[in-house]
Design a protein around this ligand. Structure first.
Ligand SMILES: Nc1ncnc2c1ncn2[C@@H]1O[C@H](COP(=O)(O)OP(=O)(O)O)[C@@H](O)[C@H]1O
Ligand SMILES: [Mg+2]
Length: 320
Protein backbone atom coordinates (compact mmCIF):
# COMPACT_ATOMS: atom_id res chain seq x y z
CA UNK A 1 0.00 0.00 0.00
CA UNK A 2 1.34 3.43 -0.89
CA UNK A 3 1.86 6.05 1.76
CA UNK A 4 -0.23 9.18 1.98
CA UNK A 5 2.55 11.17 3.63
CA UNK A 6 6.15 10.23 4.15
CA UNK A 7 8.59 12.06 6.38
CA UNK A 8 12.23 11.28 5.61
CA UNK A 9 15.13 12.03 7.93
CA UNK A 10 13.44 15.15 9.25
CA UNK A 11 15.58 17.63 11.17
CA UNK A 12 14.47 20.87 12.78
CA UNK A 13 17.23 22.79 14.55
CA UNK A 14 16.57 26.09 16.32
CA UNK A 15 19.44 28.59 16.43
CA UNK A 16 20.67 29.76 19.83
CA UNK A 17 21.96 33.33 19.70
CA UNK A 18 24.21 34.91 22.26
CA UNK A 19 26.75 37.64 22.94
CA UNK A 20 26.46 41.33 22.14
CA UNK A 21 26.54 40.62 18.42
CA UNK A 22 23.64 38.21 18.81
CA UNK A 23 25.45 35.64 16.73
CA UNK A 24 24.22 32.10 16.31
CA UNK A 25 26.45 30.17 18.68
CA UNK A 26 24.70 26.82 18.79
CA UNK A 27 21.53 24.96 17.87
CA UNK A 28 18.76 23.16 19.73
CA UNK A 29 18.34 19.91 17.85
CA UNK A 30 14.60 19.74 18.52
CA UNK A 31 14.10 17.07 15.85
CA UNK A 32 17.16 15.22 14.66
CA UNK A 33 16.54 12.60 12.00
CA UNK A 34 13.12 10.97 12.21
CA UNK A 35 11.22 8.92 9.64
CA UNK A 36 7.47 8.40 9.51
CA UNK A 37 5.08 7.02 6.93
CA UNK A 38 1.34 7.58 7.15
CA UNK A 39 -1.16 5.26 5.55
CA UNK A 40 -4.77 6.26 5.08
CA UNK A 41 -7.18 5.76 7.95
CA UNK A 42 -4.57 4.75 10.53
CA UNK A 43 -3.69 6.34 13.85
CA UNK A 44 -0.09 7.02 14.77
CA UNK A 45 1.03 7.88 18.27
CA UNK A 46 3.96 10.15 19.02
CA UNK A 47 4.90 9.84 22.66
CA UNK A 48 7.70 11.31 24.74
CA UNK A 49 8.40 13.67 27.60
CA UNK A 50 7.90 17.40 27.39
CA UNK A 51 10.62 19.00 25.27
CA UNK A 52 11.40 15.84 23.28
CA UNK A 53 10.35 17.47 19.98
CA UNK A 54 6.82 16.15 19.44
CA UNK A 55 5.13 19.47 18.69
CA UNK A 56 8.02 20.47 16.45
CA UNK A 57 7.42 17.36 14.29
CA UNK A 58 3.71 18.24 14.05
CA UNK A 59 4.43 21.83 13.15
CA UNK A 60 7.04 20.84 10.58
CA UNK A 61 4.62 18.46 8.87
CA UNK A 62 1.87 21.04 8.71
CA UNK A 63 4.32 23.73 7.63
CA UNK A 64 4.37 26.02 10.67
CA UNK A 65 8.05 25.33 11.23
CA UNK A 66 10.93 25.55 8.77
CA UNK A 67 12.63 22.26 8.07
CA UNK A 68 16.40 22.25 8.58
CA UNK A 69 16.94 19.05 6.66
CA UNK A 70 15.03 16.07 5.30
CA UNK A 71 11.89 15.80 3.20
CA UNK A 72 8.14 15.51 3.40
CA UNK A 73 6.34 13.73 0.59
CA UNK A 74 2.63 13.99 -0.06
CA UNK A 75 1.28 11.40 -2.51
CA UNK A 76 4.86 10.98 -3.65
CA UNK A 77 5.48 14.69 -4.25
CA UNK A 78 8.10 16.63 -2.27
CA UNK A 79 6.31 19.36 -0.29
CA UNK A 80 9.16 20.21 2.08
CA UNK A 81 8.99 24.00 1.55
CA UNK A 82 7.26 26.27 4.03
CA UNK A 83 3.49 26.19 4.35
CA UNK A 84 2.74 29.24 2.29
CA UNK A 85 4.48 27.61 -0.63
CA UNK A 86 2.72 24.32 -0.12
CA UNK A 87 -0.13 23.59 -2.45
CA UNK A 88 -3.62 24.45 -1.36
CA UNK A 89 -4.46 20.75 -1.75
CA UNK A 90 -1.96 19.90 1.00
CA UNK A 91 -3.15 22.70 3.27
CA UNK A 92 -6.70 21.42 2.98
CA UNK A 93 -5.77 17.84 3.60
CA UNK A 94 -3.47 18.24 6.59
CA UNK A 95 -5.06 19.85 9.63
CA UNK A 96 -4.08 20.32 13.26
CA UNK A 97 -5.87 20.26 16.62
CA UNK A 98 -4.03 21.96 19.48
CA UNK A 99 -3.97 21.18 23.19
CA UNK A 100 -5.84 24.32 24.05
CA UNK A 101 -8.48 25.27 21.51
CA UNK A 102 -9.01 28.50 23.42
CA UNK A 103 -5.65 29.83 22.32
CA UNK A 104 -6.15 28.80 18.69
CA UNK A 105 -9.67 30.31 18.46
CA UNK A 106 -10.18 34.05 18.24
CA UNK A 107 -12.07 34.78 21.50
CA UNK A 108 -14.01 37.62 19.88
CA UNK A 109 -15.50 35.45 17.17
CA UNK A 110 -18.58 33.31 17.45
CA UNK A 111 -18.46 29.58 16.75
CA UNK A 112 -20.22 30.06 13.40
CA UNK A 113 -17.40 32.32 12.25
CA UNK A 114 -14.71 30.04 13.65
CA UNK A 115 -16.26 27.02 11.91
CA UNK A 116 -16.83 28.89 8.64
CA UNK A 117 -13.31 30.19 8.29
CA UNK A 118 -11.75 27.10 6.67
CA UNK A 119 -14.87 26.69 4.50
CA UNK A 120 -14.58 30.28 3.30
CA UNK A 121 -10.89 29.90 2.51
CA UNK A 122 -11.16 26.69 0.57
CA UNK A 123 -14.71 26.27 -0.76
CA UNK A 124 -17.28 28.31 -2.65
CA UNK A 125 -20.21 27.69 -0.33
CA UNK A 126 -22.90 30.34 0.10
CA UNK A 127 -23.42 31.69 3.64
CA UNK A 128 -26.50 29.46 4.00
CA UNK A 129 -24.51 26.41 2.91
CA UNK A 130 -21.68 27.36 5.27
CA UNK A 131 -24.13 27.48 8.15
CA UNK A 132 -25.60 24.11 7.20
CA UNK A 133 -22.14 22.56 7.07
CA UNK A 134 -21.19 24.16 10.41
CA UNK A 135 -24.28 22.62 12.03
CA UNK A 136 -23.47 19.22 10.51
CA UNK A 137 -19.95 19.41 11.88
CA UNK A 138 -21.07 20.42 15.37
CA UNK A 139 -23.51 17.50 15.39
CA UNK A 140 -20.67 15.11 14.57
CA UNK A 141 -19.06 16.08 17.89
CA UNK A 142 -22.30 16.03 19.86
CA UNK A 143 -23.17 19.74 19.89
CA UNK A 144 -26.29 21.44 18.57
CA UNK A 145 -27.12 24.45 16.43
CA UNK A 146 -27.37 26.59 19.58
CA UNK A 147 -23.58 26.52 19.79
CA UNK A 148 -23.28 28.56 16.59
CA UNK A 149 -23.92 31.95 18.12
CA UNK A 150 -21.88 31.53 21.27
CA UNK A 151 -18.30 32.56 21.94
CA UNK A 152 -15.45 30.16 22.83
CA UNK A 153 -15.41 31.13 26.53
CA UNK A 154 -19.03 30.02 26.90
CA UNK A 155 -18.01 26.36 26.50
CA UNK A 156 -16.25 23.90 28.78
CA UNK A 157 -12.74 22.74 27.92
CA UNK A 158 -14.05 19.43 26.58
CA UNK A 159 -16.63 21.14 24.39
CA UNK A 160 -14.01 23.51 23.00
CA UNK A 161 -11.74 20.59 22.10
CA UNK A 162 -14.69 18.96 20.33
CA UNK A 163 -15.26 22.17 18.38
CA UNK A 164 -11.53 22.16 17.55
CA UNK A 165 -11.88 18.61 16.19
CA UNK A 166 -15.01 19.58 14.20
CA UNK A 167 -13.20 22.51 12.67
CA UNK A 168 -10.16 20.41 11.79
CA UNK A 169 -12.34 17.93 9.86
CA UNK A 170 -14.44 20.62 8.10
CA UNK A 171 -12.60 20.18 4.83
CA UNK A 172 -12.49 16.35 4.90
CA UNK A 173 -8.75 16.20 5.50
CA UNK A 174 -6.62 13.11 5.01
CA UNK A 175 -4.42 13.69 8.07
CA UNK A 176 -5.22 15.40 11.35
CA UNK A 177 -2.33 16.13 13.68
CA UNK A 178 -3.71 16.22 17.22
CA UNK A 179 -1.16 17.76 19.60
CA UNK A 180 -2.06 16.71 23.15
CA UNK A 181 -5.76 17.27 22.34
CA UNK A 182 -7.02 15.94 25.68
CA UNK A 183 -4.10 16.63 28.03
CA UNK A 184 -5.81 19.61 29.68
CA UNK A 185 -9.07 17.72 30.30
CA UNK A 186 -10.39 15.60 33.17
CA UNK A 187 -10.15 11.84 32.62
CA UNK A 188 -13.89 11.32 32.00
CA UNK A 189 -13.97 14.17 29.48
CA UNK A 190 -10.80 12.85 27.82
CA UNK A 191 -12.56 9.58 27.03
CA UNK A 192 -15.51 11.43 25.52
CA UNK A 193 -13.35 13.55 23.19
CA UNK A 194 -11.32 10.48 22.17
CA UNK A 195 -14.53 8.61 21.36
CA UNK A 196 -15.70 11.37 19.06
CA UNK A 197 -12.32 11.39 17.35
CA UNK A 198 -12.52 7.64 16.83
CA UNK A 199 -16.07 7.86 15.42
CA UNK A 200 -15.07 10.60 13.01
CA UNK A 201 -12.11 8.54 11.87
CA UNK A 202 -14.28 5.52 11.16
CA UNK A 203 -16.70 7.65 9.20
CA UNK A 204 -14.22 9.67 7.13
CA UNK A 205 -11.18 7.39 6.95
CA UNK A 206 -8.87 10.05 8.36
CA UNK A 207 -5.31 9.35 9.55
CA UNK A 208 -4.34 10.79 12.90
CA UNK A 209 -0.97 11.72 14.28
CA UNK A 210 -1.80 11.67 17.94
CA UNK A 211 0.74 13.44 20.13
CA UNK A 212 0.90 12.76 23.85
CA UNK A 213 3.34 12.69 26.76
CA UNK A 214 1.36 9.78 28.21
CA UNK A 215 1.54 6.24 26.81
CA UNK A 216 -1.68 5.42 28.67
CA UNK A 217 -3.73 7.95 26.69
CA UNK A 218 -2.74 6.71 23.25
CA UNK A 219 -3.06 3.01 24.06
CA UNK A 220 -6.61 2.55 22.76
CA UNK A 221 -6.25 4.99 19.90
CA UNK A 222 -3.10 4.07 18.03
CA UNK A 223 -2.19 1.44 15.46
CA UNK A 224 1.49 2.40 15.51
CA UNK A 225 3.51 4.28 18.08
CA UNK A 226 6.79 6.19 17.97
CA UNK A 227 8.60 6.73 21.25
CA UNK A 228 10.51 9.98 21.11
CA UNK A 229 13.54 10.91 23.18
CA UNK A 230 15.44 14.17 22.68
CA UNK A 231 14.57 14.69 19.03
CA UNK A 232 14.94 11.07 17.95
CA UNK A 233 12.96 7.85 18.04
CA UNK A 234 13.94 5.38 20.74
CA UNK A 235 11.46 2.75 19.56
CA UNK A 236 8.76 2.24 16.95
CA UNK A 237 6.14 -0.45 16.78
CA UNK A 238 2.53 -1.47 16.74
CA UNK A 239 0.39 -1.66 19.86
CA UNK A 240 1.52 -5.18 20.67
CA UNK A 241 5.22 -4.37 20.14
CA UNK A 242 5.14 -1.33 22.42
CA UNK A 243 2.75 -2.40 25.17
CA UNK A 244 3.62 -6.10 25.39
CA UNK A 245 7.16 -6.27 24.11
CA UNK A 246 8.95 -2.96 24.68
CA UNK A 247 12.71 -3.21 24.21
CA UNK A 248 14.19 0.24 24.89
CA UNK A 249 14.77 1.14 28.52
CA UNK A 250 13.19 4.55 27.89
CA UNK A 251 9.98 2.96 26.56
CA UNK A 252 9.91 0.72 29.62
CA UNK A 253 10.23 3.74 31.84
CA UNK A 254 7.30 5.48 30.12
CA UNK A 255 5.24 2.29 30.43
CA UNK A 256 5.97 1.95 34.12
CA UNK A 257 4.74 5.54 34.62
CA UNK A 258 1.20 4.71 33.43
CA UNK A 259 -1.01 4.85 36.53
CA UNK A 260 -2.30 1.42 37.54
CA UNK A 261 -6.09 1.37 37.83
CA UNK A 262 -6.34 -2.14 39.24
CA UNK A 263 -5.73 -1.78 43.01
CA UNK A 264 -4.50 -5.39 43.25
CA UNK A 265 -1.69 -4.59 40.87
CA UNK A 266 -0.58 -1.31 42.39
CA UNK A 267 2.11 -2.83 44.60
CA UNK A 268 3.47 -4.96 41.76
CA UNK A 269 3.50 -1.91 39.50
CA UNK A 270 5.36 0.15 42.08
CA UNK A 271 8.08 -2.51 42.39
CA UNK A 272 8.41 -2.67 38.62
CA UNK A 273 8.74 1.10 38.48
CA UNK A 274 11.50 1.06 41.09
CA UNK A 275 13.29 -1.74 39.26
CA UNK A 276 13.22 0.18 35.98
CA UNK A 277 14.19 3.46 37.63
CA UNK A 278 17.26 1.69 39.04
CA UNK A 279 18.19 0.19 35.66
CA UNK A 280 17.56 3.43 33.77
CA UNK A 281 20.85 5.10 33.17
CA UNK A 282 21.31 7.74 30.48
CA UNK A 283 24.92 6.70 30.11
CA UNK A 284 24.15 3.07 29.28
CA UNK A 285 25.95 2.64 25.94
CA UNK A 286 23.45 0.02 24.83
CA UNK A 287 20.69 2.61 24.75
CA UNK A 288 22.39 6.02 24.57
CA UNK A 289 25.37 7.39 22.64
CA UNK A 290 28.17 9.44 24.21
CA UNK A 291 26.03 12.60 23.89
CA UNK A 292 23.16 10.98 25.77
CA UNK A 293 21.06 10.63 22.62
CA UNK A 294 19.47 7.44 21.39
CA UNK A 295 21.09 5.44 18.60
CA UNK A 296 19.65 4.87 15.12
CA UNK A 297 16.64 2.57 14.96
CA UNK A 298 17.36 -1.06 14.12
CA UNK A 299 14.73 -3.38 12.80
CA UNK A 300 13.57 -6.26 15.02
CA UNK A 301 10.64 -7.33 12.82
CA UNK A 302 8.40 -5.97 10.05
CA UNK A 303 6.64 -3.74 12.55
CA UNK A 304 9.07 -3.22 15.40
CA UNK A 305 12.36 -1.32 15.66
CA UNK A 306 14.49 -0.19 18.54
CA UNK A 307 17.40 2.22 18.92
CA UNK A 308 20.25 0.19 20.38
CA UNK A 309 23.99 0.22 19.75
CA UNK A 310 24.29 -3.32 18.47
CA UNK A 311 21.43 -5.64 17.73
CA UNK A 312 23.69 -8.69 17.79
CA UNK A 313 24.71 -8.29 21.40
CA UNK A 314 21.45 -6.69 22.52
CA UNK A 315 19.39 -8.83 24.82
CA UNK A 316 22.21 -11.28 25.49
CA UNK A 317 23.60 -9.41 28.45
CA UNK A 318 20.62 -9.73 30.71
CA UNK A 319 19.22 -6.27 30.12
CA UNK A 320 16.06 -5.41 31.92
N1 LIG B 1 10.89 28.42 18.56
C1 LIG B 1 11.80 27.77 19.27
N2 LIG B 1 13.06 28.28 19.43
C2 LIG B 1 13.99 27.61 20.14
N3 LIG B 1 13.80 26.42 20.71
C3 LIG B 1 12.60 25.86 20.59
C4 LIG B 1 11.52 26.50 19.88
N4 LIG B 1 10.43 25.69 19.92
C5 LIG B 1 10.79 24.61 20.63
N5 LIG B 1 12.08 24.70 21.04
C6 LIG B 1 12.84 23.69 21.81
O1 LIG B 1 12.83 22.49 21.04
C7 LIG B 1 12.68 21.36 21.88
C8 LIG B 1 11.44 20.56 21.47
O2 LIG B 1 10.27 21.31 21.74
P1 LIG B 1 8.80 20.76 21.45
O3 LIG B 1 8.75 20.25 20.04
O4 LIG B 1 7.85 21.83 21.81
O5 LIG B 1 8.70 19.53 22.45
P2 LIG B 1 7.41 18.74 22.98
O6 LIG B 1 6.25 19.08 22.11
O7 LIG B 1 7.80 17.30 22.90
O8 LIG B 1 7.22 19.18 24.40
C9 LIG B 1 12.63 21.90 23.30
O9 LIG B 1 13.92 21.83 23.83
C10 LIG B 1 12.19 23.32 23.12
O10 LIG B 1 12.66 24.13 24.18
MG1 LIG C 1 4.38 19.90 22.70
Amino acid sequence: MSNLIEVKDLKVHYPIRSGILNRVTDHVRAVDGVNLAFEEGKTYGLVGESGSGKSTIGKAIIGLETITDGQIFYNGEDVSGQARQRRSDYRQNVQMVFQDAMSSFNPKRRIIDIMSEPLRNFTNLTPAEEKKRAIELLEIVGLTEEALYKYPHQFSGGQRQRIGVARAVALNPKLVIADEPVSALDLSVQAQVLNFMKQIQDEYNISYLFISHDLGVVKHMCDEIAIMYRGRFAEYGNKQDIYQNAQHIYTKRLLSAIPEVNPNKREENKLRRQEIAAAYDESSPTYFDSNGRVHDLQSLSNTHSVAVSDLNTFGKEGEL
